[in-house]
Design a protein around this ligand. Structure first.
Ligand code: FES
Length: 116
């Protein structure tokens, strides 16, 4: 079952908070729907990976949302609305470069964490 979703081939995992405190729930849901649609259209999420996406209720920042975090870089983004998610998809997920204007914090995961 996991392989169907690309587990084993993943290079990035994006979490998106859909509110209700950092953003109205309706807008959070719109952002999530946009993210899902675009990752599918661009063939970035599926049995070949490379991206996994998860919606969540709260990432505990609770301001200037939707809040989004991309691992393994541990890049935290604010204002991840559809327009800015497109920038994150194109520049970060595809291009490998952080969208500096939207990034408010960084916490990369240890590259050797799989050995622990
Ligand atoms: S409700 Fe979005 S980070 Fe808390």
């Amino acid at each position: 079952m996991a392989a169907k979703f690309g587990v084993g081939k993943l290079t990035r995992h994006l979490f998106l908070c859909i509110g209700p405190n950092c953003i109205e729930s309706e807008q959070g849901q719109q952002a999530w729907d946009y993210l899902k649609k675009r990752l599918k259209q661009l063939n970035l999420a599926g049995s070949d990976g490379p991206c996994y996406r998860t919606k969540c209720d709260c990432l505990r920042i609770c301001i200037d949302g939707p809040i989004c975090v991309v691992y393994p870089e541990g890049t935290w983004y604010k204002q991840a609305n559809p327009e800015n998610l497109e920038r994150i998809i194109q520049q970060h997920l595809i291009g490998g470069k952080v969208v500096e204007e939207l990034c408010f914090a960084r916490n990369p995961l240890a590259p050797d964490s799989s050995d622990r």
